[in-house]
Design a protein around this ligand. Sequence first.
Ligand code: S3P
Length: 431
Amino acid sequence: MTRFMPAGALHGAYTPPPDKSISHRAALFGAMSSGPVVVRNYLDAGDTRSTLAAVTAIGARVEERGGGDLVVHGVGLRGPSEAADAIDVGNAGTLLRLLPGWLAGQEGRSWTLDGDESIRRRPVDRVAEPLRRMGARLAARDGRLPPLEVTGSALVGVDHELAVASAQVKSCLLIAGLLAEGRTRVLEPASSRDHTERMLARAGVALERENGAVGVAQVEELALDELVVPGDPSSAAFLVAAACVVPGSRLTVEGVGLNWTRTGFFQIARRMGASIEGDLEPPGAFAAGEPIGCLEVEARPLRGTTVEGAEVPLAIDELPLVALLGAFADGETVVRGAAELRVKESDRIAGVVDGLSGLDADIEATDDGFVVRGSAGLRGGSLESRGDHRLAMLGAVAGLVSPEGVDVVGMDAAAVSYPGFELDLGRLLER
Ligand code: S3P
């Protein structure tokens, strides 16, 4: 148990840890390449360590040069070897969903993917079903949960229409599409993070983008040499949220990724009245690279807002923080259309609502989100992380604005995405 107490305002400049989503993809794309790929600013955290171990288990070699620099010596698009044991994805949902897209097209080889207790509750039918339509052979426990067995086979490209926007599912299918005969197209009901598409473009893959769908054709190889990972806007969001609610705070966030498919939380916070200055990438932009920039954040009075529809995938991992801001805002804050939160590292609707109501927030769960009525804020108490890194950090930030402080049970979960969280927070609180 770790206790977080009010400790004054946040001040100073800070660089968030490297982006988790982009780090996973950099390791996977490096492994899929034939030549060496230099990765700069790779995230050193539980989840992204799992990806390095996974690509190593299937034949890639990872040279760690220190300071976040890696060289991935890949096996080529068609070269992964069978692993000695089940591939352990740990707690990494992104690895669990993306890797099968690559392995499914490898004829004559098979693999099993498994992970921790939380990963064993996370659905894989969302990738298994569309991959099967391409000719893949996959078997999951009870038809929908890990362990997931993948037997490589010849794939054919098909058109997929996703019922729910998901970057993980989209990425899995686009990666499988690189190996499939013909074209593979994915249409989402709303835009989700597009790091895979940007990295594919960087690797020389021609992307077809039409009427909201994205498509790829079979390719021989990826042409990548170097990838630079920006700071993670999802990790930065915890300290940004802290600076929004702790009166008198002034925070500068440097080197942070500003890809518009990731900055939904900053837009929502601005709408709630927060002062977040910086050049967020304009919505709809697309480039073969990731924009990196700087944000200036200052605490201001907040008002309630509604988050729904197309905005949900752009802020999916930060919605717990919208609840926290909502507890300090004037009026009601509503999040709907976010049922996906129930199948994240934990059931995040239950985790946020039970967690914050335990600290005296006026918050209620709905089937697909929550409603928070802003009040004088929080009293404090204890919050259970449920082994979920984002709930652990939510509890810590809540502690900074709860007169009685917050005991976070299971703070160690933060190391999945942000091992230096407490250190960074401590530094920004020092006078
Ligand atoms: C991720 C996509 C999101 C997000 C997850 C990381 C990714 O999941 O919640 O933390 O790296 O593609 P979904 O795409 O399944 O919503």
